[in-house]
Write a protein that binds this ligand. Structure first.
Ligand code: MN
Length: 206
């Protein structure tokens, strides 16, 4: 069963003014679709691998034959990363932005000092990712940690579950923010869907 592009869980304009509708349309309909097309093509003759969820697929890249491993890593990673990305955002008019509460808020406080310090660490670390990649929040050995990855590499391939991630490929922000990646990173917190991130945080603990 080939992978398919799920519709965005909101309108293209839902994340305005922080992420513009044009960027969302290109990012979802063209970029994400391309990752799906490429991973499907690579797996066309590998029904056992194609039957896995994309997260399971990239969690065990050693199970992927070497001749397609690079394509699967990049494009399976792209499919997995973007599938997460759309769901961890929400319109500021319907729950996006603000701060986490409960156990996640407590652990952020414990591991980073406070929410502002966490955002600062995330923004500074991710701003420095050279070229295309992602910034991530993961739970490593019971401690929250900010990491980055190049290209479409997923923390899942290192045995880490991504609690949240922000896409710093230029396609994610260049139409509106041009070269100002730090401005995009700062604005992005206004559309973070903390209820979905909290669900992922609880999953990462298991
Ligand atoms: Mn992207």
């Amino acid at each position: 069963m080939a992978y398919e592009l799920a519709p965005l869980p909101y309108d293209y304009a839902a994340l305005e003014p922080f992420i513009d509708a044009e960027t969302m349309k290109l990012h979802h309909d063209k970029h994400h679709q391309a990752y799906i097309n490429n991973v499907n093509a690579a797996l066309a003759n590998h029904p056992t691998l194609a039957a896995k969820s994309v997260d399971d697929l990239i969690s065990d890249l050693n199970a992927v034959p070497e001749d397609i491993r690079g394509v699967v890593r990049n494009n399976g990673g792209g499919h997995s990363n973007h599938s997460m990305f759309w769901t961890i955002m929400a319109s500021p008019k319907s729950g996006g932005g603000g701060e986490p509460t409960g156990a996640l808020a407590d652990q952020i406080k414990k591991d980073f000092g406070d929410f502002e310090a966490f955002k600062k660490t995330f923004n500074e670390t991710t701003a420095k990712q050279f070229g295309s990649g992602w910034g991530w929040l993961v739970n490593q050995g019971g401690k929250l940690k900010v990491i980055t990855s190049a290209n479409q590499d997923s923390p899942l391939s290192q045995g880490l579950y991504p609690i949240l991630g922000n896409d710093v490929w230029e396609h994610a922000y260049y139409l509106k923010y041009q070269n100002k990646r730090p401005d995009y990173l700062a604005a992005w917190w206004n559309v973070v869907n903390w209820s979905e991130v909290t669900r992922r945080y609880e999953k990462a603990k298991k």
